[in-house]
Design a protein around this ligand. Structure first.
Ligand code: ATP
Length: 254
């Protein structure tokens, strides 16, 4: 089955498409088998959230765009699931926000690093960082700590979709502004984020790009006021409410 063979009218179109891309990612050596488990966990939360972007997530996506436009050295971190699900969309986000793209894996192997970098280049990426690995994140074991010194090592704002909790906390401790995309509002990564985006990466990445294009001509003051108005605790609480109280419970938040 290819992407085009899934009928768009299918009630679970997006979920089928997502599964199909992850399966393909595993076949191509881009996504790890653990990535399948992460996908399953994400799907369960997406189901509970109603498989749509909550208004609070849209606010977070706008705040993320403002942070990236204000940043001096923004970097988007890409793992095997992100590369399989949104390769072209990640490249577009990089272009819209002048952010570098860096491959970063929980289970780092040279083969998978190279396969992901090649896959991103096939989807339009110019330069892909992560292969040099001449920098370290303090407080993590050797393999997990590796980053490019002039990439994530030196970044002021990092987008870490589907990051594991330890690394998210360690990056936060380095003083970086962290934008996390994670469907689980209770995950340590989401809790550690300056901007937690509780949304599917498939919807979130294009949404941040759209906000960035919309804000491209905004002045610093406007961007700073968007950043200042965003409350991460409130965003997480809104997502938890939506899960607990049903799919329309967040409607009253706006
Ligand atoms: P933590 O260590 O932060 O508490 P974890 O151990 O659950 O989190 P992993 O299993 O490493 O984290 O990563 C999976 C995370 O990614 C889950 O929280 C899951 O909800 C999220 N996730 C999986 N697929 C998607 C997706 N398509 N979009 C957004 N988030 C996703």
């Amino acid at each position: 089955m290819t992407d085009g063979e899934i009928p768009e009218s299918h009630p679970r179109y997006e979920s089928l498409l997502t599964r199909h891309r992850i399966e393909e990612g595993v076949d191509k050596g881009i996504t790890s088998r653990q990535g399948l488990i992460a996908q399953g966990r994400g799907e369960a939360f997406d189901y509970l959230l109603g498989e749509r972007t909550l208004p609070s997530a849209d606010d977070a996506e706008r705040a993320a765009a403002a942070h990236l436009l204000l940043a001096e050295r923004p970097v988007i971190s890409v793992n095997g699931n992100v590369a399989a699900l949104v390769p072209g969309e990640t490249v577009e986000l990089g272009e819209a926000t002048s952010a570098d793209i860096e491959v970063n894996l929980f289970n780092r192997t040279d083969e998978r690093m190279t396969a992901i970098a090649d896959h991103l280049c096939e989807h339009g990426a110019g330069e892909v960082k992560g292969l040099t690995a001449d920098g370290r994140i303090p407080g993590l074991d050797h393999e997990r700590a590796k980053v490019d010194a002039d990439g994530i090592g030196d970044a002021d704002v990092v987008v870490v979709p589907l990051e594991d909790g330890d690394r998210a906390e360690a990056l936060g401790a380095m003083g970086k502004t962290e934008i996390v995309i994670d469907l689980n509002p209770l995950s340590r990564s989401a809790q550690a984020a300056d901007v937690p985006i509780v949304d599917n990466v498939i919807r979130a990445v294009p949404a941040i790009t759209e906000h960035a294009r919309d804000l491209a001509d905004a002045d610093r003051e406007t961007l700073e006021s968007i950043v200042a108005a965003f409350d991460p605790d409130e965003a997480l609480a809104a997502a938890e409410r939506a899960i607990r109280e049903g799919s329309d419970a967040d409607a009253a938040e706006d």
